[in-house]
Design a protein around this ligand. Structure first.
Ligand code: COA
Length: 262
């Protein structure tokens, strides 16, 4: 869905008055109680969740921004960053039921648009690539989850209910109901079915250098054996050199296997 079409879902475009803000804040509190089993009571939720404090302050900053009050929105946003470690540009559009779990180190850029019931974990960036002007931050549609440390960069659209794996770097659109992982982020699941499995088998890539070395070692051993037969008087000398060589090759292969190779 185009970013402008998606924007009609957002609280920002539904009037932006204070009563709307209160409804949104109520849904933010409910989101924590629904999505975090550790949230034991209302008072604990209100006092101990920096992600909740961040969205409270953002809704205030966004209200001031829409009222076109100069400077105050940025000051509230900076105060938010100082208190919670979460930086949200006052212009960013964020829907209802927004939850930043373990909130810290989250950055949300000016033209980012976030739908309803979106969850972000610590260290997430919804940022620009540095190459675009105008709309340059991501659009996250309803129900998206972005794992710890993931970076979603540029004016990309993350489809409804998509999951972005922890530590991923996403620079392309993601389909609805997909799981995207890796750098660059690629869908590994769509609507519950695995996709592109071969592309993400990074741990079992062929290693041409190791293969070439193994074939060289084989060739040298063959030559040594032929040499022993051709020059029996040098047999002892060659066997000593072979033993020494084998010990060194064992060390190399031991290191190679301990690095996770087969
Ligand atoms: C991506 C995630 C949501 C799992 O989604 P899912 O649809 O259930 O996907 P699966 O667990 O079946 O994983 C699908 C594939 O992606 C891989 N994968 C999962 N998460 C990954 C990640 N973050 N980075 C790289 N690969 C990942 C899996 O190993 C699996 O690969 P395989 O098919 O070769 O076995 C989850 O792994 C994740 O990263 N959640 C974020 C949690 C988080 O940030 N927690 C912070 C708590 S403080």
């Amino acid at each position: 869905m185009a970013a402008t079409g998606a924007a009609s879902y957002f609280w920002f475009n539904r009037g932006g008055d204070l009563s709307r803000a209160m409804t949104a804040i109520r849904s933010d509190i409910e989101a924590i109680r629904e999505r975090d089993p550790a949230a034991a009571s209302l008072i604990e939720t209100l006092t101990c969740y920096s992600g909740l404090h961040a969205i409270f302050l953002h809704r205030l900053a966004n209200f001031l921004y829409q009222e076109k009050i100069p400077l105050a929105p940025r000051l509230v946003s900076q105060m938010n960053r100082f208190i919670t470690g979460i930086e949200i540009h006052p212009a960013a559009r964020i829907g209802e039921g927004f939850f930043i779990d373990h909130g810290a180190g989250v950055v949300i850029g000016e033209t980012a648009e976030v739908g309803d019931n979106v969850t972000l974990y610590q260290g997430v960036t919804l940022g620009g690539t540095g190459k675009e002007c105008g709309k340059r931050h991501p659009t996250l549609l309803d129900g998206v989850t972005v794992g710890a440390g993931a970076k979603v960069l540029g004016a990309v659209t993350i489809g409804k209910n998509a999951k972005i794996g922890a530590g991923s770097i996403v620079i392309h659109d993601a389909p609805a109901d997909s799981t995207v992982v890796g750098n660059p982020g690629r869908p590994v699941r769509e609507r519950g079915r695995k996709v592109g499995a071969a592309d993400i088998d990074w741990t079992h890539l062929p290693d041409p250098v190791a293969d070439a070395m193994q074939s060289l070692v084989r060739r040298v051993v063959e030559l040594e054996n032929e040499f022993k037969e051709a020059f029996p008087e040098k047999r002892e000398e060659i066997e000593k050199a072979q033993e020494q060589g084998e010990r060194e090759i064992e060390k190399v292969f031991d290191y190679y296997h301990r690095s996770g190779n087969k």
